[in-house]
Design a protein around this ligand. Structure first.
Ligand code: SF4
Length: 369
């Protein structure tokens, strides 16, 4: 079993409309409180490794904005020297805190080097004003561009991802022109993941269709220089209609969501909030409360984690998967002939399940509490 132990020490400097963890400004974790409780956290992680599986530690949202990020990193690195090594991982950031806070003294840069961060990635939600509006922060676009140049100059390897929505497709030529002049290791374009949260539900109206993409397809493929290029080469296979047809053909009448989840990675995501309360929550979400790391006994917390189990995809949002309707029933009830594009069949199926549950509120209520 793999476990990701996500530590949230700050909110974000943006409030992105495409955020699947509902990120935005939030309070900072008290450094004193966190470090005083570091022995308890260490003990919990050691017990998890003994009883459940391998633990990786991650800092989510925008940890660089925490005024004492470097102090926290140094303390954690001392306790978990091998766990805090991000050599092969991309560190996401808006770059704002690097520009506004650490460029003056460089401590966050030193902290990133301590963590062995080499690759840093930025998300563009539009060109200039649209990006700034979508992330709800003035100059966020300009700051990202400057941060990319700054980080490249300091020896990091920045990458950029465009989050494609139907209201920014017409801006792609300008975005390509700007991003192609920057020192980017990877350039990619993705559509939004689907998660059943209000923020992502309201983003659905901006999900691009096959027809939105067609006029820009050649330039999209030319722009991407990573695996997303393959996605766009075959992107019609990811429309609602095509995914629905594929699932109806490939899934048997007895396939359940429990069966599907059991074929996905056996992975538990945990999130520790700024008050050191631990949640069962995928990639920085606070889906189900587990307990307080300060007040509850680690043994009790571990029992609850084992009881909750893995939460890679469907199980991240619905308990007791065996009580869900079967996927074929979910799909057949709706006319999924649409042309909106999803990243993969599981995101599409989760969207369909979420829509189904909207119409079955009693069942939904009993499965999400
Ligand atoms: S997308 Fe990233 S930067 Fe934007 S609000 Fe969410 S966690 Fe924060």
């Amino acid at each position: 079993m793999k476990i990701t132990f996500d530590i949230i020490i700050s909110g974000c400097l943006t409030h992105c409309r495409h955020c699947y963890v509902n990120g935005g400004p939030a309070k900072f974790t008290s450094t004193k409180h966190l470090l005083n409780n570091l022995p308890r956290i260490k003990n919990l992680i050691n017990m998890l490794e003994d009883k459940v599986g391998t633990v990786d530690i991650w800092f989510d949202y925008e940890p660089l904005s925490h005024p004492e990020f470097a102090t926290i990193v140094t303390a954690f690195k001392k306790e978990f020297p091998s766990k805090l090594d991000f050599t092969n991982m991309e560190w996401p950031t808006t770059g704002i805190s690097l520009l506004r806070h650490s460029y003056r003294n460089g401590v966050n840069i030193i902290a990133l080097r301590q963590l062995n961060v080499h690759q840093i990635f930025f998300t563009f939600a539009g060109y200039k004003d649209s990006h700034n509006q979508h992330v709800k922060r003035q100059h966020a676009f300009e700051d990202q561009i400057e941060a990319i140049k700054l980080l490249h100059g300091l020896g990091f390897r920045p990458s950029a991802r465009i989050l494609l929505t139907n209201d920014i497709v017409h801006e792609l030529p300008l975005l390509f022109q700007t991003l192609q002049t920057l020192p980017l290791e990877h350039r990619s374009i993705r559509v939004s993941d689907y998660v059943p949260t209000d923020r992502i539900r309201s983003l659905e109206q901006f999900r691009p269709t096959v027809e939105d993409v067609f006029p820009y397809l050649d330039s999209i493929i030319a722009f991407c220089n990573d695996h997303t290029q393959l996605f766009w080469e075959d992107f019609e296979m990811y429309s609602e209609a095509a995914l629905c047809e594929k699932i109806l053909k490939e899934y048997s009448a007895t396939t359940t969501f429990e069966d599907i989840e059991s074929c996905l990675p056996e992975w538990i995501f945990l999130t520790l909030d700024s008050d050191l309360r631990l949640y069962h929550g995928n990639a920085g979400q606070f889906t189900w409360y587990i307990g307080s790391v300060v007040e509850n006994r680690n043994k009790k917390i571990i029992e609850k984690i084992i009881d909750f189990g893995p939460n890679y995809h469907y199980a991240a949002f619905f308990k007791e998967l065996k009580r869900l309707p079967i996927p074929l029933e979910v799909l057949k009830r709706e006319p999924y002939s649409g042309r909106k594009i999803y990243g993969n069949e599981h995101d599409f199926l989760l969207k369909c399940l979420d829509e189904y549950m909207e119409n079955h509120s009693q069942l939904r209520k009993s499965l999400i509490q």
